[in-house]
Design a protein around this ligand. Structure first.
Ligand SMILES: Cc1cc2nc3c(=O)[nH]c(=O)nc-3n(C[C@H](O)[C@H](O)[C@H](O)COP(=O)(O)O)c2cc1C
Length: 219
């Protein structure tokens, strides 16, 4: 199939070795940040934070969180141009949702007289995913994966390589980035940059996906 979307998605892949001399331009970073912000989420909850590690100091802090596990991903911490920590709010409350409904009205998306209807009606969805202790992290974590998918696609279009990493130490990240996370939880990160020519074994390989008929049913 020769459609440009399919060409981009065939070209995108998980980079295994970064060229530390190559940096993503600030223009591309601006596009990426705005694209991330525009990600969709259930009831427009946006229960997320994206912490972008750009300086050597910040990347070193991330590098040090690999002390106990998943060292196969550790080189990306310093070699990739940037790393994004994807974090979700494990206790999304009605007050958190109030900020969203405020934005709904101030943006002109929602008429002001529908404020209470969205706040109360929408939040029942969050409540149905919340336990007695107020934990709804399974649901909010699902939302940041939507942002990840969107980000991967945008990176493909920008010609920037990336490595999603569930192989991170959430607990050490939680300690090292406690102030920035502010109670949110990071269970995966995304390294982004440009691959190292000749040293990235995953570059240029064909996609290994299940057959169309195994995953898509058209009725
Ligand atoms: C949520 C998620 C977590 C992943 N975690 C890792 C990881 O920790 N380290 C790694 O090298 N690749 C990781 N991957 C990459 C996958 O193995 C890769 O996306 C998959 O094999 C498909 O290959 P492709 O991305 O090159 O198309 C992860 C991918 C996703 C979507």
């Amino acid at each position: 199939m020769s459609h440009p979307i399919i060409a981009d998605l065939n070209k995108r892949y998980t980079a295994k070795k970064y060229d530390s001399s190559k940096r993503i331009s600030s223009e591309d970073m601006d596009v990426l940040k705005e694209a991330i912000r525009l990600s969709a989420s259930s009831i427009n909850s946006q229960p997320w934070k994206f912490i972008i590690l750009e300086t050597d100091v910040a990347k070193q802090r991330f590098h040090d969180t690999f002390a106990n596990m998943h060292q196969f991903n550790q080189p990306h911490a310093l070699e990739a141009s940037h790393v994004i920590l994807f974090a979700h709010n494990p206790h999304f409350t009605k007050d958190d949702y109030r900020k969203v409904v405020d934005a709904e009205v101030s943006s002109g998306h929602l008429p002001a007289d529908m404020y209470d209807g969205m706040l109360n009606g929408g939040f029942t969805f969050a409540e149905s995913n919340t336990d007695e202790a107020g934990f709804n992290g399974h649901w909010t974590k699902a939302q940041i994966y939507i942002a990840l998918g969107n980000t991967l696609h945008v990176l493909a279009r920008l010609g920037i390589a990336s490595t999603p990493m569930e192989g991170v130490d959430s607990s050490l990240i939680g300690e090292s980035f406690k102030d920035e996370l502010g109670g949110y939880v990071c269970e995966f990160a995304l390294a982004i940059g440009y691959h190292k020519d000749g040293e990235d074994y995953n570059y240029g390989l064909p996609k290994a996906r299940l057959a169309m008929e195994d995953v898509i049913t058209v009725l």
